[in-house]
Design a protein. Sequence first.
Length: 498
Amino acid sequence: MLYTSTRDKSIKVTAAQAIAQGISEEGGLFVPVELPQFSIEKISSMIPMSYIDRAKTVLKEFLTDFTEEELDYCVSGAYAAEKFSSPKIAPTVNVCGNKNILELWHGPTCAFKDMALQLLPYLMTVSAKKTADGKTIVILVATSGDTGKAALEGFKDVENTKILVFYPVDGVSPMQKLQMTTQEGENVAVCAINGNFDDAQSAVKSIFTNADIKAQLAEKNMMFSSANSINWGRLVPQIVYYFSTYCDMIDMGKIEAGEEINVVVPTGNFGNILAGYYAKQMGLPIKMLVCASNNNNVLTDFLKTGTYDRNRDFFATTSPSMDILISSNLERLLYHMSGEDDKLIADLMNKLSSDGKYTVSDDLINKIQSIFDAGYTTEESVDSTIKSHFDDYGYLCDTHTAVAVKVYDEYVKATGDDIPTVIDSTASPYKFSASVLNAVLDGKTPELDEFEMVDELNKTTGTAVPKPLASLKDKQVRFTNVCNKEDMSQMVFKLLNL
Ligand SMILES: *Cc1c(COP(=O)(O)O)cnc(C)c1O
């Protein structure tokens, strides 16, 4: 299996190269040259398997340059039972009728990013051994919350890696801040910066590309890499749970083998839903992929009209992990659905960076619309969805999941298409206790601090508080560094003891 670039398909690299390198030299994203095909028989054979074995079955088709032993080491380490609060790793839960929820937040940081970021460090260290032997990989992350913690937890004490995370001092929730500042591990460091997320992000990018810093690192046998979702190594683990939920749906008696399902995904950077598209193209019987957005509805507009336009107001919503106006992974979908037209993709992406917008042909958008539908929510409807699903079905969902549930309800109303459906749930409600409690109590929340809020949500709903969040209360704060964005590169050297 080889990988090529969305902007230059003459490029061919192995999986290990794609994962170690992260992004192609000319700025394109790595994509598989062809997709492995799974028959219904092969899919059915995965029903009795554990999540780890399902993962190995899917991943070995993509990581053909990994040995059986390497793949086993990676997957068994990433999805070890003690790291997840469900023995199924990613359980599927029936809410009512044909409405099912795939819970992707049972990992150590209680958000779906764990599904990929538990595996990525293993894939990266094995890949680096094959392509950059002996080097220590330094992961630099700028985060607005979920990615930083999930990456810290994933790379914690992984041999030959170090990870440094920068977050905006006033730009993350109290729970997210505590999750990061109490992080354990010998190879981790966290630093707040005076500035917002964009400041952190652009400073990290400039450190990445600073030749002088790179040279100093190389002298110490170190190299930078990135853990964000443009890396193929973060995308490929996500294909697995679509196969896994389909097997579970058969096992639960919700569908027959071969029967089609719909999939609904709360979307930001388009990584999660793109993994669903890959699963469909590999033969998994998915009919429609429904892309759910919050008030930042740039993707809804694109999927309805064919024009992508990021020149619009940015809204800070109660589903912050979906507050995004540039969905990087859409580039991969456009590449595949345009018949691998690398010239077109390079041209569209140039337009996006120069004008902030582009329009695709009618032909292309019609093709995309034959498998993708889209919708978005307002803030009020997120609250009322959380409340009604808790009141009616006893199912408590977080704000991001509620966006998807609401968009799905609207989809069924508009189309009448109510075949068995899986809705991705991307975070534990306890990660966003203030918003969820406020919705459940209909806006009548008393003044409480973060942990009182968690206790109150637990008392009000009778749902379990995830252990990793509950145990934060007693953890020691390890990282109190704050620096100005101009001083971030010095901070990198200091944290690496150079
Ligand atoms: C990152 C994230 C999303 C968005 O996922 P994409 O793959 O970027 O589309 C949705 N919900 C939560 C809770 C997240 O952390």
